[in-house]
Design a protein around this ligand. Sequence first.
Ligand code: PYC
Length: 328
Amino acid sequence: MKPLPTIRVLDSHTEGEPTRVIVSGGPTFRGTSMLDVRRELESEHDWLRTSCLNEPRGNEAMVGAILCESTRDDCVAGVVFFNNVGYLNGCIHGTIGVVQTLIHLETISAGDHGIETPVGRVTAIVDQAGIISVRNVASFRHLQGIELKVAGFGTVVGDVAWGGNWFFLTDNPTDIPLERARTAQLTQFAMAIRQSLRDNAVTGRDGGEIDHIEIFAKPTNPQHADSKNFVLCPGNAYDRSPCGTGTSAKLACLVAAGKLSPGQVWRQAGILDTIFYGSAAVLSDGSVIPTIQARAFINAEANLLIDPADPFRFGIPSPISLTPSTSS
Ligand code: PYC
């Protein structure tokens, strides 16, 4: 029997949020940057994303990462991240997952390693004990104290910030507790915020869509964390981790508000009460370079088989559409 086309993946989770790294079986790219590679994936090879992440092989929470040769001399690898509905700009939990994967494959060991992403070069720092930190791209608060009318929830006030993705950040104005048992309600609330941002044409710089919503509350255990968040991702899955680009956006807002000093450690808990440790160096224009530390664990090595007879060989199409709906 002829062998079936095979995609080799390594799965990990970073403080609860899964990453599936494609290590072989993908196409060859022509692009001269990870932004080009992302465009190629989107326009020519979207089957790879849907095959790996959609059911029945994947699930809505999973973030995929295709490992590529970097187009730069100062990076050990290039990577493009995607999810259940499309392609991400940056992804820090995913970068930590990629780095843990490269350690597992014995491609890298302790030291500093450049990783090329569609939003620029990030640096992974692996210490002698194997603890991974990632120095992210420059992050900044773009808008402060935006007031939104959110259908069903009243007025919500928050900031817009870039941390490698665009975020709307707000302290929880509702009485819905930030607890795992309440993620359905939190998801409804965050989706309503995102809809209001669209209806009111509130965007990131250069019109970038604010597709991540981050809601903050007091931590479950103030001895372990400074804050707890719930993060809604573009495909309506919530981040099981505290979200690295979201934590970077939070650091940028805290520094802009004079609530965090350069180098001071911020302990951001997520919905599972796992923690990302963040700190920020401040640049002359007020933006920050965040460094995020977290644990990732490899939990599977697998060959995904693409059987031409399988009607769902490219995954079951996602019921979620990225096309914004118009509210009446
Ligand atoms: O950790 O940056 C992150 C991230 C973005 C979306 C899911 N996780």
